[in-house]
Ligand binder design. Structure first.
Ligand SMILES: Cc1cc2nc3c(=O)[nH]c(=O)nc-3n(C[C@H](O)[C@H](O)[C@H](O)COP(=O)(O)O)c2cc1C
Length: 191
């Protein structure tokens, strides 16, 4: 698949196979995040990878899934993520504009994972105090986002956006995500 095909086929996945993701893949994914564009090239981001089963079990309750359809969108027992990548901002380097860096790094990581057959869900609904405690994160770091990863056990399709951004899920966990049409978001030359 070329890059464009990977990008347009990417969908958020919240059900995963009970099959581990190798350290080699996780390192490759973080490396892609490390090399993302960074405002003023300050590189304030650091990453905590969680792949240990016991730590994963502590992290899972810190996360909220698919707010529009809670709790049906939660990973089912046995289909939880096999790894998490916490994206931290080191405030001693720079906090200002770090959200841009996070966005670029996470998309790099999502696409790199996809290239290895690994699906993911980007989360910001995080019980941060609890996650900080579980992971022992020092005070000068801000927990921005989590990328949950694993081999996919769910399909997700783009649907035509009618009047609501709300996604939905079939009983077999196939996901449907409305996206605005190209004509309604694209303006050539003047608006
Ligand atoms: C900044 C950001 C935060 C998100 N936070 C969550 C979250 O906390 N929990 C969750 O289940 N999904 C989360 N998502 C995933 C979105 O729900 C998902 O991207 C959206 O529904 C569109 O689906 P798609 O990624 O398949 O295109 C987040 C996505 C972004 C970009």
């Amino acid at each position: 698949m070329n890059i464009y095909d990977v990008i347009i086929s990417r969908r958020t996945i919240r059900q995963f196979e009970p099959r581990p993701v190798s350290r080699a893949i996780l390192e490759k994914v973080v490396n892609a995040g490390r090399l993302a564009p960074s405002a003023a090239n300050m590189q304030p981001l650091e990453f905590v990878v969680v792949d240990d089963e016991a730590v994963r079990k502590e992290i899972f309750p810190c996360l909220k899934w698919a707010a529009y359809i809670q709790p049906q969108g939660d990973p089912r027992p046995g289909h939880e993520p096999q790894a998490y990548i916490f994206v931290l901002v080191n405030a001693r380097i720079r906090e200002k504009m770090s959200e841009y860096d996070v966005g670029a790094a996470i998309e790099n990581m999502i696409l790199t994972a996809l290239g290895e057959g690994i699906a993911s869900c980007w989360l910001i609904s995080i019980d941060r105090p609890k996650a900080v405690e579980v992971l022992g994160i020092p005070k000068h770091y801000r927990v921005d986002s989590v990328l949950a990863l694993g081999y996919p056990a769910q399909e997700s399709r783009v649907e035509e956006f009618v009047d609501s951004p709300k996604y939905w899920q079939d009983p077999d966990h196939t996901f449907h995500v409305p996206k605005r049409k190209l004509e309604s978001v694209l303006h050539f030359n003047k608006f």
